[in-house]
Design a binder for this molecule. Structure first.
Ligand code: NI
Length: 296
């Protein structure tokens, strides 16, 4: 039963771009070019991880080779707002109007089958200066698929983005934030993809309430934030005028994810990294701690 509910909810999710109202006949299977393979994860036996916290699925933000970004370290009040799972026939154009009115740039992580259905909206997104990026073809949990199926999910979406907009994206957001460390490295090698997570999540898919969405975003956003939202939900788009105006009033400047990543600077080294000059570690640590306490 749980499995059936999951299957239904995943189908509903993947169909969200196609049918703004229930009377519309479209369904994920309505696209004759859609492969049968992506339905495979629906039958997966174990309990689903519907949404992983960004950093549960991400390696530590500093240090290693950087395939993943949940937040950027930038000099200035720059942020990126991202919209997943569209384009949507009604909500995405309405959102684009709001962005245009304010001169704000956003990043759209599109589902390939939706992009194929709404090529004109895809063109409009790019024409108006926003970024488009890969969110898989039909929104499965990619950690449950074999390499061939994951390749199919990502390549088809990569191709439809290029066909509809002329853009060869370099960014991927895996559905549910689920993508293993090995998959990230593989996608980086195969497509040059950076895996983009988020640090601000208003849970707008769960709380279909514009005030909640706005308040969570205004509360959580800091310099370098990557904000997660979904332009398939009317309540999310309803939240955006207040969200945008609130963030602008706080002095934040909106850039695309690629622009934010390009601004990313390594975090400054921690104070303890003063090597040979002070041999006994304890002596070096004490004044640092004291200074830190005094600084508060
Ligand atoms: Ni999604």
């Amino acid at each position: 039963m749980v499995r059936t509910a999951l299957a239904i909810s995943l189908i509903a999710l993947s169909a969200a771009c196609a049918a703004p109202n229930p009377s519309a006949p479209a369904s994920p299977a309505a696209d004759p070019t859609a492969p049968a393979a992506p339905t495979a994860p629906l039958a997966a036996p174990s309990a689903p991880a519907m949404r992983l916290p960004a950093d549960a699925a991400a390696p530590a933000p500093t240090g290693q080779t950087r395939h993943t970004y949940s937040q950027c370290h930038v000099d200035g009040p720059y942020i990126a707002i991202t919209f997943d799972d569209g384009p949507h026939a009604e909500n995405t154009p309405r959102l684009l109007d709001m962005l245009k009115q304010r001169g704000i740039k956003a990043t759209f992580f599109v589902v390939g089958q939706c992009a194929a259905e709404f090529p004109d909206i895809m063109k409009r997104i790019v024409t108006e200066g926003h970024e488009v990026a890969n969110h898989s073809w039909s929104h499965p949990q990619l950690t449950r698929l074999g390499e061939g199926s994951v390749t199919d999910q990502l390549q088809r979406t990569h191709d439809v983005i290029r066909q509809t907009t002329g853009v060869s994206t370099k960014l991927l957001r895996p559905p549910y934030g689920a993508f293993t460390t090995n998959q990230r490295a593989w996608a980086a090698q195969k497509w040059g993809y950076k895996t983009i997570m988020w640090d601000v999540d208003p849970l707008d898919w769960k709380f279909r309430n514009a005030d909640h969405v706005k308040n969570e975003i205004l509360k959580g956003t800091v310099n370098g934030s990557i904000i997660l939202a979904h332009d398939i939900h009317k309540s999310t788009v309803d939240a955006m005028p207040g969200t945008f105006d609130g963030l602008l009033a706080k002095g934040f400047k909106f850039v695309t994810v690629s622009e934010l990543v390009a601004m990313d600077r390594p975090l400054p080294p921690k104070p303890k990294a003063t090597p040979a000059s002070a041999p006994p570690m304890t002596d070096a640590a004490k004044p640092t701690a004291a200074a830190g306490a005094a600084a508060r």
